[in-house]
Design a protein around this ligand. Sequence first.
Ligand code: NAX
Length: 331
Amino acid sequence: MSKSVIHVAVTGAAGQIGYALLPRIASGAMFGPERKVFLHLVEIPHEKALAALQGVAMELQDCAFPLLDGMLCTSDLEQGFGDCDWALLVGAKPRGPGMERNDLIKENGPIFTGQGKAINDFAKKGCRTVVVGNPCNTNALIAMHNAKDMPREAFSAMTRLDENRAKAQLAEKAGVHHTKVTNMAIWGNHSATQYPDFENALIDGKPVADTIADRAWLEGDFIKTVQQRGAAIIKARGLSSALSAANGLVDHVRDLVNPTEKGDWRSVAVPSDGSYGVPEGLICSFPVRVKKDGGYKIVKDVDLSDFGREKLAASVAELEHERSVIAELLA
Ligand code: NAX
């Protein structure tokens, strides 16, 4: 029996991540080569954005993807999230000149109250929501709180790009292919306080320190490079990461619907269950394993050193601060 068509809403669909993401979804990279998809392309109700969105839809049509069952373009949230299986919340306002992180949090917060409520009211009951738009952990927290009837585990934020970046850095330093790096956990916030945990990562199944003896590099340049990679891309390209962000989202969703390889884990920002002392409910990046039944579990037995615990605590403090800035949006 053929599987039903999967309905995927993508906000910010006319943006640069949208442009790199939509063909990957429509060609089967996210849900596999046998699953047809129907795309709900959501943008703001502005003439320029909607015109650009039409252009993207025309290009998708011109790709004649065999798996693309259809699409709609809209700025109406009922249509946008109506009967969706997945809601990928990519759209957000970019940080403007002179804007502080707190201002960005306050500016973007209300977007996610409205979208959370609309997902609650119009999406399928089992709809899963992934937030990419920054600050993604806190925006996911807002959406989750405003989608009262949806299970909390249905909400996540993306730190997979950070995981991929960290793997690539370790692989380059070790002189191995990046597929040799496993168990690469990102802890905390998707921000410059995140902790890429080199102490529990493996290269070729062995501790990183067996291959990279330079502890000073691991504690210093490695962590800093991963934390600052987004800024380095902006400096080089004049634009923020889009291709790699879209790829991170493809990886994030694909690995949430397939069981994790034995022994390995993935970095996903999910509501904390209190593990590792992270306050319950905060959307924090943890090592996560997806089970055969499709559910996930935060990996409980990772040995965090004092160094790692200190790094995680700093990132969690930032998440708590962000939560305090938007406290009135948490219904
Ligand atoms: P762009 O500015 O190219 O596109 C954003 C699009 O979102 C625009 O077309 C805009 O009209 C639309 N939009 C804004 N508010 C909306 C709303 N309320 N409903 C629907 N659409 C809306 O940004 P892009 O480079 O695509 O980045 C999108 C977001 O991803 C940004 O917030 C960015 O900071 C964030 N990122 C997150 C990353 C992560 O790892 N979590 C990495 C990449 C990226 O920086």
